[in-house]
Write a protein that binds this ligand. Structure first.
Ligand code: UD1
Length: 417
C-alpha cells in the first residue's frame, strides 16, 4: 500500500497552480447523460474519483474520451445500461449524481444505495423525495434504488436540509422535466453554480443558482457544449493552511478568492497576511499561528471539507480553539491520529477542544478519509522528524499531485511503495 513520507520543519516558498474542482467536475461529468450530443469538459482534475465516474459512465454505454490532459469528452448518444453498480457506488458516494440525469433522460435508473461511509451515515432520502415529487416511482430492491418515470414533471420542492449533491441531482433532473421546478432551501455552494452554468450552456433554463431558491424551466432536450470547470476551493484552502502552519510565502495561481471568504477570514485571524490579484492568491506567514475557532455550516459559512485542515493548524497554534462540526456526525477521526503526533485534543460530541502544542512529533499515522488525510499531511509538514501517512489512496481521490506540488514549494515529501 502506498504511503507518503514527510520530513517536517521546512517553510513553504514559491508558486503552484490550483487544479479544477473535484466537486464541480463530478456533477458536470454526470450531466453528460442528459444529452445525446457531445459534452467537452475542460480543466478536469486527474483524480481517482474522476476515473471512477468515467468508468461508471462507460459501463452505462457512454463514449468517454480524453483528447488531452485535463479534457474529457463524453457522448451519451445511447445509454444501454442505466445502472450504477454497488462496486462503484461503494467506492464513491458521489455516484448517486447519475440518478437524476438517468431518470430524466432514460425514464429509468438502477442505482446502488450508498452505504455508510467513514464520515457518517449520509442518507439520500432527500434525493429520493425530490424525484418522487417530480413524479418518479422509486422502489428499493436488493440494495438498489429502482426509479421509473415516463417524463418527470416540474414541482415545488422544499428541501428539509441543505444538501449539495441532492440539489445538483434534482436540478439536473428538472432540466428535462415537463414544466417548471422550484427548489427551495437549495445549496448555495459555488459548485452548484458551476454545474448550473454548464447546464445552461447545454440549453437548460436555470435561474437563481447560488441563492437558496433555484428555478428550472424544463426543456425537451439539451445539446452538447464545451465547459471549463472552476478552480478547486478546497485544494486552495488546503495549501493556504499548509503555508500558514509551516510559514513562508506561497502564491496559488488560477485560484479564486471570491468563494473562500470564510476560510480567508480565519487564516487572517490566525495571523497570516493574504492578498489576491490577477487570479492568484498569495499568503505569507511566520512564527506560530494563533488558535482560531471554527464552526462548519453550508456555504457561504465555513466548509466542512476544511475542518480537518484547521484542526491540524490549531494543533500547533498559540492558544486553545473550539472546532465544531455541524454537517457530518462522525468527522473527527483525524483527531485520534493527530493525538498520536502529540496534539492535545478533546472530542466531545460534535465539538473538539484543541489546545495548541509548541511541537508535534512525526509518527506513523493512518488516513481515514480524504480531508483527514490532508490534515495529517499538513501536520507532517511541521512535525519534528519523519511522518509516514498510510492509506494515501484517500488523498488521490481529491488532491491532484499533492506531493509534487508540495515538493515544488520546498517541502520534503515523497511517495513510497
Ligand atoms: C457534498 C460534497 C462533500 C461535502 C458536502 C458538504 C460533493 C461530491 N461532495 O457531499 O465534499 O463535504 O457536500 O459540503 O459535492 N443529507 C440527508 N439526506 C439527504 C442528503 C443529505 O440527511 O438526502 C445530510 C447528510 O447526511 C449530511 C448533510 O445532509 O449530514 C449534508 O450532506 P450533503 O450536502 O448532501 O453532502 P454531499 O452532497 O454528499
Amino acid at each position: 500500500m502506498e504511503k507518503l513520507i514527510i520530513e517536517g520543519g521546512r517553510p513553504l516558498e514559491g508558486a503552484v497552480h490550483i487544479s479544477g474542482a473535484k466537486n464541480a467536475a463530478l456533477p458536470i461529468l454526470a450531466a453528460s447523460i442528459l444529452t445525446a450530443e457531445t459534452l467537452c469538459v475542460q480543466n478536469v482534475p486527474r483524480l481517482r474519483d474522476v476515473a471512477t465516474t468515467c468508468a461508471l459512465l462507460t459501463q452505462m454505454g457512454l463514449w468517454v474520451r480524453q483528447p488531452a490532459a485535463g479534457t474529457i469528452e463524453l457522448s451519451a448518444h445511447a445509454i444501454a445500461n442505466p445502472l450504477a453498480p454497488y462496486d462503484m457506488v461503494k467506492t464513491m458516494r458521489a455516484a448517486i449524481l447519475v440518478l437524476g440525469p438517468l431518470v430524466a433522460r432514460c425514464g429509468q435508473a438502477r442505482v446502488s444505495l450508498p452505504g455508510g461511509c467513514a464520515i457518517g451515515l449520509r442518507p439520500v432520502d432527500l434525493h429520493i423525495k425530490g424525484l418522487q415529487a417530480m413524479g418518479a416511482e422509486i422502489e428499493i430492491e436488493h440494495g438498489y434504488l429502482i426509479a421509473r418515470a415516463k417524463r418527470l414533471r416540474g414541482a415545488r420542492i422544499v428541501l428539509d436540509l441543505v444538501t449539495v449533491t441532492g440539489t445538483e441531482n434534482l436540478m439536473m433532473a428538472a432540466t428535462l422535466a415537463e414544466g417548471t421546478t422550484v427548489l427551495e432551501n437549495a445549496a448555495r455552494e459555488p459548485e452548484v453554480v458551476d454545474l448550473a452554468q454548464c447546464l445552461n450552456a447545454m440549453g437548460a433554463r436555470i435561474a437563481g443558482a447560488g441563492s437558496d431558491v433555484i428555478t428550472i424551466e424544463g426543456v425537451e432536450c439539451l445539446r452538447g457544449a464545451r465547459y471549463r470547470v472552476m478552480p478547486d476551493r478546497i485544494e486552495t484552502g488546503t495549501f493556504l493552511v499548509a503555508a500558514a502552519m509551516a510559514g513562508g510565502k506561497i502564491k496559488l495561481e488560477g485560484a479564486r478568492d471570491d468563494i473562500l471568504d470564510a476560510v480567508l477570514e480565519k487564516l487572517r485571524e490566525s495571523g497570516a497576511s493574504i492578498s489576491a490579484a490577477n487570479g492568484a492568491i498569495t499568503l505569507e506567514a511566520s512564527g506560530r499561528p494563533r488558535a482560531v475557532n471554527v464552526r462548519t455550516a453550508p456555504y457561504p459559512a465555513f466548509p466542512t471539507d476544511m475542518q480537518a485542515q484547521f484542526m491540524a493548524l490549531n494543533a500547533i497554534a498559540d492558544g486553545t480553539a473550539l472546532v465544531t462540526e455541524t454537517i457530518f456526525e462522525n468527522r473527527f477521526m483525524h483527531a485520534q491520529e493527530l493525538k498520536r503526533m502529540g496534539a492535545d485534543i478533546e472530542v466531545e460530541g460534535n465539538s473538539a477542544i484543541v489546545r495548541g502544542s509548541a511541537h508535534l512529533d512525526g509518527a506513523m499515522v493512518m488516513a481515514t478519509d480524504l480531508r483527514a488525510s490532508a490534515c495529517l499531511v499538513l501536520a507532517g509538514l511541521v512535525a519534528r522528524g519523519e511522518t509516514v501517512v498510510d492509506r494515501i489512496y484517500h488523498l488521490d481521490r481529491g488532491y491532484e499531485q499533492l506531493e509534487s506540488k508540495l515538493s515544488a514549494l520546498g517541502a520534503r515529501i515523497r511517495r513510497a511503495g
